[in-house]
Design a protein around this ligand. Structure first.
Ligand code: NAP
Ligand code: HSE
Length: 428
């Protein structure tokens, strides 16, 4: 039997301690499955004295993760510190240059530096794997780069941020306040160190950019993702959407249009009865549509200690078995630079307006929409006190530029009390 694969773990927070627990719990099983075993030789974190609830006494300690990446007794570095640059990037680059494999959960780093790091890994003949960086415990990178590799991918979409889905579904279920639910998500270890990265849609956009690369054979183009977070979603939108048969999700969509790659991360309405509509809590779901396979749906826990460590260790097992694949499913040097789609696909929209309660107000809104070629599919005016009437409209398919023009006119009109809210309805 070959020598065990020797791991150096940089970062001992939520994910790092989960990885230690898996290695300590499943040592024999990992040996059986890899035919050589997996062992931890060294670890690194900021504070050596911190009680992390796991026994680290058998492992060498490094204060500096870059020094850990240089150690002769480490074959594979697991980077679970986080941060797009700084120690995470320095540790990853050092390891790859030293001919060591790297497994990371760090979507921020890969979204910004994925192309350069993939080229570095492939030039050095080592693996750079990141299953844990996208949708936590769901093996979606593996699905795209292996199981679905024979398909032309038409669309990848999904809910990829556990914190946001947790906030939206708990708010809907309990009527609880946004800020309180966010605090719960932080306490449960789902949220990023800076939770505005979660609620602002940036974390999920990092993940979408990585999936786009693997799906469409393009270089990671994070700057090409149109991003909108969930901060402006109000309980009333969640309730009104439910009333119309929808649920609000922070949804990522990537598709190759005739004029280029469309990548969007934004709150969307999806049918309440659809698999995406039924997602609760921290659960993630990724839907992949391929030309031969049709639609496939992947669901599972998107964050937290166990699921994320599980994904990291899945990559470690592959590497221990000798599998070294191109980082984004094809050689990094062959990935095309993404051409960005300028238009994006048309969609139905949910509009929530607050209108002066007087004759002709609704007609004014309908006239403005009609002038922009936007047809109304459904409409509801809710019972109200006072002078402002809440009106919810579902439009037929329209393009976003026309809609923005109409929204601008409605906002400026004398019938609108507050600027209308518009949320895309995604066909799923
Ligand atoms: P975390 O709980 O904040 O842990 C970060 C760890 O990195 C800590 O142990 C910290 O040390 C260590 N660290 C930070 N800076 C360091 C430095 N300069 N040198 C050495 N160690 C350093 O973070 P996490 O939740 O485990 O997340 C880690 C990574 O996984 C991030 O990239 C995150 O985006 C990603 N991820 C997390 C989840 C999740 O559910 N949490 C899911 C998927 C992906 P101390 O403990 O001493 O402070
Ligand atoms: N903060 C992320 C989330 C962790 O909430 O989904 C998993 O990437």
């Amino acid at each position: 039997m070959s020598e065990p694969l020797r791991l150096g773990i940089a970062g001992l927070g939520t994910v790092g301690t989960g990885i230690v627990k898996i290695v300590q719990t499943h040592g024999d099983m990992l040996t059986a499955r890899t035919g050589r075993g997996v062992t931890i030789t060294a670890v690194s974190a900021r504070s050596r004295g911190k009680d992390r609830g796991v026994d680290l006494s058998a492992y060498a300690w490094e204060d500096d993760p870059v020094a850990l990446a240089r150690r002769d007794d480490v074959d594979l570095v697991i980077e679970v510190m986080g941060g797009e640059d700084g120690p995470a990037k320095a540790t990853t680059e050092t390891a790859l240059k030293a001919g060591k494999h790297v497994v990371t959960a760090n979507k921020a780093m890969l979204a910004l530096h994925g192309q350069a790091l993939a080229q570095l890994a492939e030039a050095n003949g080592v693996a750079l794997r990141y299953e844990a960086a996208v949708a936590g415990g769901i093996p979606i990178v593996k699905a795209l780069t292996e199981g679905l590799a024979a398909n032309g991918i038409q669309r990848v979409m999904g809910v990829m941020n556990g914190t946001c889905n947790y906030i939206l579904t708990v708010m809907e279920g309990t009527g609880a306040d946004y800020a309180d639910v966010l605090k719960d998500a932080q306490a449960l270890g789902y949220a990023e160190a800076d939770p505005t990265v979660d609620v602002g849609g940036i974390d999920a956009a990092h993940k979408l950019a990585l999936l786009s690369s693997a799906a469409f054979g393009t270089q990671v183009d994070f700057d090409g993702v149109k991003i909108e977070g969930i901060e402006r979603i109000e309980l009333t939108d969640i309730k009104d959407a439910a009333d119309m048969g929808y649920r609000i999700k922070l949804l990522g969509v990537a598709r190759m249009n005739a004029d280029g790659l469309e990548q969007r991360m934004q709150p969307c309405l999806v049918p309440a009865h659809s698999p995406l509509g039924q997602l609760e809590g921290v659960t993630n779901m990724v839907v992949v549509e391929g030309d031969f396979v049709g639609q496939t749906v992947f669901q599972g826990p998107g964050a937290g200690e166990g699921p994320t460590a599980s994904a990291v260790m899945g990559d470690v097992v592959d590497i221990a078995r000798g599998l070294v694949m191109p980082v984004f499913g094809q050689p990094a040097n062959s990935l095309a630079k993404a051409k960005r789609s300028s238009t994006g696909a048309d969609a139905n929209y949910y509009l929530r307006c607050m209108l002066e309660d007087r004759p002709g107000a609704l007609a004014t809104v309908a006239t403005i929409l009609g002038k922009h070629g936007i047809s109304i599919n459904r409409m509801r005016q809710y019972d109200h006190d006072g002078n402002a009437a809440p009106v919810v409209i579902v439009t037929h398919k329209t393009n976003r530029a026309e809609l923005d023009g109409a929204l601008g006119e409605i906002t400026k009109s004398d019938v609108s009390v507050v600027a209308p809210v518009a949320i895309r309805i995604e066909t799923v």
